[in-house]
Design a protein around this ligand. Structure first.
Ligand SMILES: [Zn+2]
Length: 139
């Protein structure tokens, strides 16, 4: 009986000593939040480039999508995306989340480790985690 308890205690200690970081890092991947300010008749998305890098997509692709969804025009200024017109931060983030769900997260396993591949006129989202390949709509 004594031995059994000792073993349990050891096991518990061993679990506690395990680094939890690796598991947390994978589960903590979150869609970045875009920060924007409206000045005059323009909306400046301040962390646009940073957010694109985080989701591992070309800023011109994300920009094209946002401009189309918001029905406006815009341009890059340094690391910011400038939109012509006034857009609430929530509207911008709703569109950005939609982009990530359609073009970044694997529809099968939900992981963000994906790339967009082109085959002729078709585009696919290819998952590095589970190997799934699914068509995505053209922007
Ligand atoms: Zn997957």
């Amino acid at each position: 009986m004594e031995d059994f308890y000792a073993y349990e205690e050891l096991l518990e200690r061993a679990y506690k000593a395990l680094p939890e970081r690796s598991i947390e890092q994978e589960e903590r991947w979150e869609i970045p939040t875009l920060t924007s300010i409206i000045t005059g008749n323009r909306t400046f998305i301040k962390n646009f480039l940073e957010a694109c890098k985080f989701i591992r997509r070309q800023e011109k692709d994300v920009m094209k999508y946002l401009l189309k969804e918001l029905g406006t025009q815009g341009y890059m200024e340094g690391s910011m995306l400038v939109l012509l017109g006034k857009f609430p931060n929530k509207t911008i983030n709703d569109k950005f989340v939609k982009y990530v769900k359609n073009y970044v997260l694997c529809p099968i396993c939900g992981k963000p480790d994906t790339t967009i591949i082109k085959e002729g006129r078709l585009k696919f989202i290819k998952c590095e985690a589970c190997g799934a390949r699914n068509p995505v709509p053209n922007i």
